[in-house]
Design a protein around this ligand. Structure first.
Ligand SMILES: Cc1cc2nc3c(=O)[nH]c(=O)nc-3n(C[C@H](O)[C@H](O)[C@H](O)COP(=O)(O)OP(=O)(O)OC[C@H]3O[C@@H](n4cnc5c(N)ncnc54)[C@H](O)[C@@H]3O)c2cc1C
Length: 431
């Protein structure tokens, strides 16, 4: 490598956003370099594990036929959990099976590598094992990067370097992360074998399950537990907001162990072998923590741009990363035609994002993080659900209690209607 080398575009970060951007530009004939600090693209990346396929389908039509997906999700589970119980909801339907754009369980180390390989096949130069230390700025415009003691030039740099994007922070485009805006996710991959998974979850063939849990897994902290079925393993873990750590006297790794031992979960993981352990930050702050997206010679995409929505029953970041990466790449193609890489020229990225599902989703759920901060959702609701269900299913030959009375008793035991009404009002306003 020499400092003489100049690319049309350099992408920092070989996650889904970075590879989508690199693939888009290289396919159109641009000279692109993708720099990834991990040993290979995907080596450092973590997700619970469900990819909504629609944005990848736009980038690579019929990707399902060749991508290393684990299973197609056709079974949804949601549990409100207390230490001793769980009120669970399960949804199976041929409608999920027949979806034109289904969701899939994926393992990021394989999946990200595959997408980066697609970018490489299209002509991207992939430089793995190099940390980008600095963006080179001349006359207020990004003109390249410094990595591994070398300098590389480019007309545009796309920052797709993930949730804490130190580079965007260095440039003053992104604020330092606040504890309430970011969660920590701990994930284990547990091998059970394909047949065992199919038996335990009631699955067949390549069909898979997504299971989200609120309440006891995080000890009532903001966040929850998750299980996704892969081919012969489970992705199993916890996500909990950093500002809540210390609120209960259980460490995050201990939360994972407690969840494994819970009577509702234990039968599903029994006898499993731990084959992977990882931890990662998760963006939680929504629209209000979105950084500046465009400057002269720079675009920001994916988690680096805080494009994640956590709805409780589902976390979406991967489909947003792929879409924003593609749109960033397309904005560079338009700028290249004009030979103008100023912020004004590159701002077609922002227009495209505004028109895409990415900003529509981010705007729709911009007040959700505030709602999630209400601990009632993660403490009182699971407790009330447990109390309600235990009374509904209790038959002991005593005086029968009508359902409305059960509901009133549960409410009275848990602070009355006011709290629930207040939460309903907040939810109405937020959603
Ligand atoms: C526990 C957990 C569960 C999740 N569950 C889901 C889920 O089920 N579904 C979903 O859609 N989303 C989920 N998400 C969110 C999803 O993982 C992210 O939104 C997604 O990974 C964003 O992709 P990205 O390419 O923007 O960033 P990343 O995947 O973080 O990629 C950034 C890349 O940049 C590299 N990098 C960083 N700095 C540098 C540097 N200076 N030089 C070179 N390379 C650098 C990193 O090594 C990394 O490869 C989850 C996240 C976590 C942590």
């Amino acid at each position: 490598m020499s400092s003489e080398e100049k690319f049309d575009a350099i992408v920092v970060g070989g996650g889904l956003a970075g590879s989508a951007a690199a693939l888009t530009m290289a396919r159109a004939g641009l000279d692109v370099m993708l720099v990834e600090r991990g040993k290979f693209c995907g080596a450092k990346n973590v997700s619970g594990g469900r990819l909504y396929g629609h944005s990848l389908e736009t980038l690579i039509p019929n990707f399902e036929a060749e991508a290393p997906i684990e299973r197609k999700i056709t079974q949804e589970r949601l549990s409100l959990m207390t230490p001793g119980g769980a009120l669970s909801f399960q949804y199976n339907s041929d409608k999920l099976d027949a979806l034109k754009c289904p969701s899939y369980s994926v393992l990021r180390s394989k999946f990200d590598k595959w997408l980066a390989d697609k970018a490489e096949e299209a002509g991207t130069m992939v430089l793995a094992g190099f940390n980008v230390d600095e963006i080179v700025i001349e006359d207020g415009k990004a003109v390249g990067i410094k990595a591994g003691g070398e300098e590389f030039g480019a007309d545009v740099v796309i920052l797709a370097d993930g949730v804490n994007s130190l580079l965007a922070q260095q440039l003053g485009m992104k604020a330092e992360l606040e504890p309430q805006d970011v969660a920590v996710g701990v994930k284990e991959v547990i091998r059970l074998g394909e047949d065992v998974i199919n038996d335990r979850f009631g699955l067949e063939g390549n069909n898979g399950a997504a299971w989200m849990m609120a309440g006891d897994p995080t000890g009532g902290n903001l966040g929850g537990g998750f299980i996704y079925t892969n081919k012969d393993t489970l992705s199993f873990g916890i996500v909990t907001t950093i500002s809540d750590i210390g609120r209960v006297d259980v460490s995050v790794p201990d939360m994972v162990e407690r969840m494994k031992a819970h009577s509702t979960i234990a039968p599903f993981v029994k006898g499993g072998k731990l084959v992977e352990y990882s931890a990662h930050l998760v963006t939680e702050g929504g629209l209000k923590m979105m950084p500046e997206l465009v400057r002269d010679g720079i675009l920001v995409a994916g988690d680096a741009a805080a494009m994640v929505v956590n709805l409780g029953f589902t976390v979406r970041g991967m489909d947003l990363a792929i879409e924003s990466g593609r749109l960033a790449g397309e904005a560079v193609l338009r700028a290249k035609e004009r030979q103008d890489f100023s912020a004004a020229s590159l701002s077609s990225y922002k227009t495209a994002l505004d028109e895409s599902f990415v900003m529509k989703l981010m705007k729709q759920y911009q007040n959700l993080p505030g709602l999630m901060e209400d601990h009632m959702i993660f403490n009182d609701i699971p407790k009330m659900a447990d109390e309600f269900a235990s009374m509904v299913y209790k038959v002991d030959g005593g005086q029968p209690v009508a359902l409305p009375m059960i509901a009133l008793t549960v409410l009275a035991n848990n602070g009355g209607l006011n709290g629930l009404f207040g939460l309903g009002q907040k939810a109405w306003e937020a959603l």
